[in-house]
Design a protein around this ligand. Structure first.
Ligand SMILES: *Cc1c(COP(=O)(O)O)cnc(C)c1O
Length: 315
């Protein structure tokens, strides 16, 4: 894997990315091997899949001579957190357009982003929805002058180029790879890097079948082809994006007590719940070897506690 990120970020990269093998009576009974690729540990400040989505974008920004990164996100966004950290480490200025004028400046995500030097600009929900309109973009150009724009959630061509680097030859012995889906940038990169004998399972964190169409659009927009097979699971959203249920929280605590792996309630918790459920339901043939991708997101657990009072395991 080539991680020729800027020098300051490069120094902090964990290579190879740790893989944790899980053992449990259910796995023996079903004759399944299950392991977790700990992208949450890939980098000391830029966690998870966001590291891969950002790296080529920051390189490109520098190549273009841009001094400022501008991006978008909600008040608890992993993408905002990671972009602030990465820009700081790469000596780039950074602006975060945050959804909601009522967003809490003191929440752990935004407090961290500010500490990393991100300038926060709050917009009302209506304007935020129209953030991709030419009018809004023009306004940003007037307000902030010249910047390198990274879209909400960070998915663009260079992000997908980055997520193509998550898997390499060392993972070719896994028959299945599992990942959560938000915007699908990570799913797309993984799909493109599959081996013919592998199947990728994407667990959508969003409610609805629309995600299938959205992924198809993404594949055609970015010309994504796969040598392997893939499927999308839409039954593990727990009410929708950002929603949760006691069953999910309970699973996350159980998972931590069994395997000492903390999960987040937005993405990895739902994905791990889904994969465990599919194992119980004999979705995987005997002898399968599954690699779950831990995409990070643990920074959000503190904010989740602040909002809900529900305590979750952290590292
Ligand atoms: C952003 C994020 C995802 C979703 O990634 P996409 O590329 O948008 O599908 C999954 N897991 C975590 C922890 C994330 O922060």
């Amino acid at each position: 894997m080539s991680l020729n990120f800027g020098k300051s970020l490069q120094m902090l990269v964990a290579q190879p990315i740790p893989i944790q093998h899980l053992s449990h009576p259910l796995l023996s009974e079903k004759v399944i091997r299950l392991a977790v690729l700990r992208l949450d540990k890939v980098h000391s400040v830029v966690s998870g899949n966001k590291f891969f989505k950002l790296k080529h974008n920051l390189e490109e920004a520098k190549t273009l001579g841009k001094k400022t990164i501008l991006t978008f996100g909600g008040a608890f966004s992993n993408h905002i957190h990671a972009t602030a950290a990465a820009a700081h480490a790469e000596d780039l200025q950074c602006i975060g357009i945050i959804r909601g004028e009522d967003a809490d400046l003191a929440n752990p995500t935004l407090a961290y982003a500010r500490k990393m030097g991100m300038k926060l600009h709050f917009v009302d929900r209506e304007s935020y929805r129209n953030k991709n309109s030419p009018q809004f973009q023009e306004k940003l150009r007037i307000l902030f002058d010249d910047f390198y724009l990274i879209p909400e959630g960070g998915t663009n061509e260079l992000a997908i180029a980055g997520t193509k680097e998550i898997l390499d030859e060392s993972h070719s012995n896994y028959t299945h790879v599992a990942v959560s889906i938000g915007t699908g940038g990570t799913f797309s990169g993984l799909i493109a890097s599959l081996q013919p004998q592998q199947t990728l399972i994407g667990c959508s964190s969003l409610k609805g079948e629309f995600i299938r169409k959205e992924m198809a659009n993404l594949f055609s927009k970015y010309n994504i082809h796969s040598s392997g097979k893939w499927e999308i699971q839409t039954d593990y959203h727990f009410g929708g994006y950002g929603k949760h249920k006691p069953e999910l929280i309970c699973f996350m605590h159980w998972f931590y007590s069994e395997f000492h792996i903390p999960l987040d309630p937005i993405y990895t918790g739902k994905m791990a719940f889904g994969i465990w459920d599919l194992i119980e339901k004999n979705h995987f043939p005997k002898g399968s070897s599954i690699l779950m991708i831990h995409t990070g997101g643990l920074q959000g657990n503190a904010g989740f506690f602040k909002q809900t009072g529900i305590d979750l395991p952290i590292l």
